[in-house]
Design a protein around this ligand. Structure first.
Ligand code: PLP
Length: 444
């Protein structure tokens, strides 16, 4: 590919040009096939080229593609908001549409702050979070993100919102066992709130399963109950960032369902449009909306393309497709099968230190020494090398952070479209095995 004016994530890198996609596969303009085991960035949840979604896009485009949200609403936006309210837990009945996950978490943050303002409490302005978290790249979302690598250049512009350890059981900072740890890392939140003052804190935000900055870090049972209790006791809202985990990725519409907790606000994105259109949302519970409805009646957020009819029609079609084909119900079965196969690979490749996650969001952490859990030296850049080898072998996997600072470790996410079949999982494993063998021969 010759040099163009496009700023690519890695300038000067030789990115293949994708010609078309079908199901779990992408094909470049030289005819090379890629099995998309990462759904792009955990986004293409129903695979590529699905006719029903393309038809819905076309149908909407024929009627109208854009109306401005401060002048009009659309059938697509109204129906989508209603369907999401029906399919989500608790009383998350209000939907604010935006265009990216970063906008969704920032909108969630602003609504949380506004909730307290409308109640006459103007000091609650902070949104606390965890280290090894990622809530988006815009400055507000980055302020909440405990992703040290992505924060580094902008630290003077950011708020210090990440305050507690993540539930990273594989490398527990307290050297405890998950089965009887007393959820010390969740209890940290109580200590921090006491130090800062609950009257300064509007909300606490967390990804139910940590994705990009930890490789599917999954908390032990009971963790979120402790977090929720601490939030409630201190009048602090709980925001679930389900941008990656939502829309069925973990085998439930929202991952919070696995721990039986009802968030006050939820951020959605990625799988919502499944890559067919940019769309994301902040879902807001009745109790959070109540003072706003009784007060200013205006949510101070929004973008020109918020609730874009074209994007809403796509997300509605994605939901209908998931429902009609009972896709979310099947995720657990596929997950068990995939994990079993990955565990077999682990027997042959000692550098696979940990396998974790839920549904079709599985993280693999790589180590130099499995017993000691020693990370590989950073300068080797092994995750990047592995990703490149996999791509050469026709397999797409997603790089994630690992190590106690989220930087000094190696992990990847295996997160294929939820529509993947069992024979396709076999093919994924076959390509992963070839990749791991080449990786061992070349770099270890
Ligand atoms: N929140 C989570 C949990 C994410 O994984 C991401 C993206 O990876 C975001 C927010 C930001 O979403 P976007 O890249 O669409 O802005």
């Amino acid at each position: 590919m010759h040099q163009t004016n496009l700023i690519k994530p890695l300038l000067g890198a030789n990115y293949p040009v994708i010609d078309y996609g079908k199901g779990i596969y992408l094909y470049d303009n030289e005819g090379k096939e890629y099995l998309d085991a990462s759904s792009g960035a955990i986004t293409a949840n129903i695979g590529h080229g699905v006719k029903e979604i393309i038809d819905a896009m076309l149908e909407q485009a024929k009627r109208v593609s854009f109306v401005y949200r401060s002048q009009f609403t659309s059938d697509a936006a109204e129906k989508l908001a209603q369907k999401i309210a029906e399919l989500t837990i608790g009383d998350l009945n209000w939907c604010f549409f935006v265009n990216s996950g970063s906008e969704a978490t920032e909108t969630a943050m602003k609504i949380a702050i506004q909730h307290w303002q409308e109640k006459g409490i103007h000091t609650k302005q902070k949104v606390l979070s965890r280290w090894m978290s990622y809530h988006g790249i815009t400055l507000g979302a980055l302020s909440m993100s405990g992703h040290t690598g992505r924060r580094a250049r902008f630290i003077p512009l950011l708020e210090d919102f990440p305050v507690i350890h993540p539930p990273y059981c594989y490398r527990c900072p307290y050297n405890l066992e998950a089965s009887n740890c007393g959820h010390v890392c969740a209890q940290e939140l109580d200590t921090v709130i006491k130090r800062i003052g609950a009257n300064q804190i509007a909300a606490f935000i967390a990804e139910p399963i940590i994705g990009a900055s930890g490789g599917a870090i999954t908390p032990p049972k009971g963790y979120y109950k402790v977090i929720k209790e601490i939030c409630e006791k201190n009048d602090i809202l709980f925001i679930a960032d389900e941008v990656m985990t939502g829309f069925g990725r973990t085998g439930a519409m929202l991952a919070c369902e696995h721990w039986d907790i009802e968030p006050d606000i939820v951020a959605l994105g990625k799988g919502m449009g499944a890559g067919y259109a940019p769309i994301a949302a902040a879902l807001v519970s009745e109790r959070v909306m109540k003072p706003i409805l009784a007060g200013s009646k205006i949510v101070m957020s929004g973008h020109t393309l918020s609730a874009n009819p074209q994007s809403c029609a796509v997300a509605l079609a994605v939901l209908e497709y998931l429902e009609k084909n009972e896709i979310i119900k099947e995720v657990d079965k596929k997950s068990v099968y995939l994990i079993e196969k990955l565990e077999k690979l682990q027997d042959n490749f000692p550098f696979i230190g940990d396998i974790r996650g839920k549904g079709l969001m599985i993280g693999l952490e790589f180590v130099k020494d499995r017993e000691e859990k020693t990370p590989f030296p950073r300068e080797l850049q092994l995750t990047q090398k592995l990703i490149q080898l996999a791509q050469n072998c026709g397999l797409l996997i997603y790089p994630a952070g690992a190590g106690i600072d989220g930087i000094n470790g190696d992990s990847v996410l295996i997160a294929p479209p939820l529509t993947i079949t069992i024979p396709e999982i076999d093919e994924l494993i076959k390509r992963l095995q070839v990749t791991f063998q080449l990786f061992s021969n070349k770099y270890l």
